[in-house]
Design a protein around this ligand. Structure first.
Ligand code: COA
Length: 217
């Protein structure tokens, strides 16, 4: 399969064995992650489907406060985390990110239906995705998460032919929304006091989105 490249901040991110460009028509039948060629390689990273064997490596950084403070589900011991992680739905929507053979982060890629009126709802099935990420802070500040998420966006638009990506974060999670803006994602909403943090505080939330044409610009 021919390599494909995308360019962010002047840096080429090459998906060496990614799937070829998708059909952007909203009526197209979307492909699934199972249909793509894995792993996907970028300049510094290897991205692949997770397996249950990845649980200890992912737990190593997800147990850290800098990570669990922001993520949706944060089991408090390794056994509970392992049970959560090996669940078949979790495995189906999670990608592992390796740097020099070490798992340094994980990506969430959940293909979902768009909202549609009843008469056209079949055309809105599986056309968009919610995306997310969690990385080992000891590898932070080098653009590795940005590189991984850029590749995931390429997978979504070029590999799966999706028509829209969305991501949400607490407004206080500055590294996460900075990452999104670095990649050209557009802030669509600032919801006031909408989300309950596990500390008991109601926090503001940001909603971001990206369309294929915005990504290609
Ligand atoms: C969100 C998260 C992945 C961001 O991590 P990060 O280290 O800021 O992201 P990167 O690895 O892409 O590094 C980007 C930083 O390195 C800098 N950088 C250095 N080299 C770079 C390069 N080649 N390309 C891009 N950025 C580079 C950037 O300027 C940026 O720093 P800045 O924000 O101070 O400007 C991380 O904080 C995390 O996992 N948090 C916990 C989980 C979480 O919040 N998940 C999201 C829930 S909504």
């Amino acid at each position: 399969m021919a390599p494909s490249s995308t360019s962010q901040e002047g840096k080429s991110i090459t998906i060496l064995n990614g799937s070829s460009a998708g059909d952007w028509d909203t009526g197209a039948v979307p492909r699934t992650l199972d249909d793509l060629t894995w792993p996907v390689r970028t300049e510094r990273l290897l991205i692949r489907r997770v397996t249950p064997d990845d649980a200890p490596a992912v737990w190593r950084y997800r147990q850290l406060e800098a990570v669990y403070d922001w993520i949706t589900t944060a089991p408090t011991d390794e056994q509970a985390f392992s049970e959560y992680f090996v669940d078949s739905h979790r495995q189906a929507v999670t990608l592992a990110v390796e740097h020099d053979g070490i798992v340094i982060g994980d990506l969430y890629l959940h293909v979902e239906d768009a909202w549609a009126q009843t008469e056209v709802k079949d055309a809105a099935r599986g056309v968009q995705a919610e995306i997310g990420w969690a990385f080992d802070p000891s590898y932070g500040g080098r653009g590795l998460a940005t590189e991984a998420v850029a590749a995931m966006i390429g997978i979504c638009f070029e590999g799966l032919g999706l028509r829209r990506l969305v991501a949400n974060c607490f407004a206080d999670n500055t590294p996460s929304w900075r990452l999104m803006e670095r990649l050209g994602m557009r802030r669509e909403s600032h919801a006031i006091s909408e989300s309950l943090h596990r500390s008991g505080r109601w926090l503001d939330g940001y909603g971001y989105a990206l369309l294929p044409d915005e990504w290609r610009r």
